[in-house]
Design a protein around this ligand. Structure first.
Ligand code: SF4
Length: 371
């Protein structure tokens, strides 16, 4: 028969064996502990804990590192709203995905290894099928400026015009909070454009807005190129010589075709969708008659379209009244005649009415989501 278990024995066997008193040393995180040191002054070196370090601490560090202008612009462009920042995946995934979906575009991340692991894992889960560059750092290279030199060396090594139109370098939370100055990277190496962006989780609410950060940076670059002289023509131009409407916000592949059918009676054609799939589409997007702001939060992109003198109208052709209002708005900003606007409505609206009449929903619809 087994001997009864002695409860004292269990307690002793689970007690940690210690050899010195190191574990009792007070740390910076012990503010709440009696006798702890706490944080006496904000550090300019952000914690490598990234999003676990606390948004306020990261913001404080970033402002001390001279990033106020960028953060103020983000706060203006992407107001958090009454619910503050929703719990979602790392915001940088949005801009990473935009870059990974573009032809002849390389992406390089600068951030904590755990962030890069999560971001590359997610991007490959979504079928990226290409490498994501990574420039690692430690606290020494971060503080001494060596990280910036490493990033600069990396883009010089990668800038092969045979392979790339552009290289996108993204500062994640810790390098953004430290003020790693991507704006000082060369603008172009061997004809390959270098686009540096800061996409900190403590400044960008969700990955939806991060898409605009990269799309806006690329549009700005392309607009300035177009202002200097001739630029590459689009690979495919299905406009048939008609003025085009550029759409903002990712959509399903069939959506631009449907939108093009709605626009046809107005004498207009569907242009590119921003974020674009290729660099030269950026010029085509800027060269539109007007912009349909399908997704509302592309603030940086709208700034570039405004700078290029392009009118913008919001919303999307959804439902009977929504489609009527959208056609009216697009027709009006493109100076289309009343007769053609009416013809466009006549073509689209009866079918919508019939379809909705056949499947009317009597109830309350709760709309949820952030994009
Ligand atoms: S980069 Fe993303 S995962 Fe990393 S700390 Fe920032 S928000 Fe978190």
């Amino acid at each position: 028969m087994n001997k009864p278990i002695d409860s004292k024995q269990i307690k002793d066997s689970t007690t940690e064996v210690v050899y010195d008193e190191v574990a009792a040393t007070p740390t910076l995180n012990d503010a709440a502990e009696p006798g702890g040191m706490g944080c006496s002054a904000p550090s300019t070196e952000p914690s490598a804990d990234g999003c676990h370090a606390g948004k306020d601490e990261m913001l404080k560090a970033a402002k001390l590192a001279g990033q106020s202008d960028i953060l103020d612009q983000y706060a203006k462009d992407y107001p958090a709203g009454p619910h503050d920042q929703p719990q979602s995946m790392c915001p940088a995934f949005g801009s990473l995905r935009v870059g990974l979906r573009m032809r002849r575009t390389a992406t390089v991340l600068s951030g904590s290894a755990c962030c890069v692991y999560g971001l590359t894992f997610t991007s490959h889960f979504y079928g990226a099928k290409r490498s994501v560059g990574y420039v690692p750092f430690n606290s020494e290279t971060l503080v001494t400026g060596k990280l910036f030199e490493d990033i600069r060396d990396a883009v010089h090594q990668m800038a092969d015009p045979e392979k790339y139109d552009a290289i996108v370098v993204t500062n994640l939370c810790v390098p953004s909070a430290s003020g790693v100055p991507l704006r000082l990277l060369p603008k172009e190496i061997n004809g390959v454009r270098i686009v540096g962006i800061d996409v900190p989780g403590f400044g960008i609410p969700t990955h939806a807005e991060a898409k605009d950060v990269l799309a806006g940076a690329m549009l700005k670059y392309a607009r300035e190129e177009a202002e200097q002289g001739p630029v590459a023509a689009p690979r495919a131009d299905n406009s048939g010589g008609r003025p085009t409407i550029t759409f903002t916000g990712e959509m399903f592949p069939v959506d631009p075709i449907t939108l093009g059918q709605l626009l046809e009676p107005l004498g207009l054609a569907a242009g590119p969708v921003v974020p674009t799939r290729e660099w030269r589409e950026l010029y085509q997007a800027l060269n539109c008659a007007a912009v349909a702001a399908i997704h509302p939060f592309y603030a940086a992109s709208y700034r570039e379209f405004e700078a290029a003198g392009r009118p913008i109208t919001g919303s999307a052709p959804v439902g009977y009244e929504g489609t009527a209002a959208w056609l009216e708005a697009i027709g009006t900003i493109c100076n289309v005649s009343e007769a053609d606007i009416s013809a466009a409505k006549q073509k689209a609206l009866p079918g919508i009415k019939a379809a909705l009449g056949g499947i009317s929903i009597d109830g309350t619809i709760t709309v949820s989501g952030y994009e």
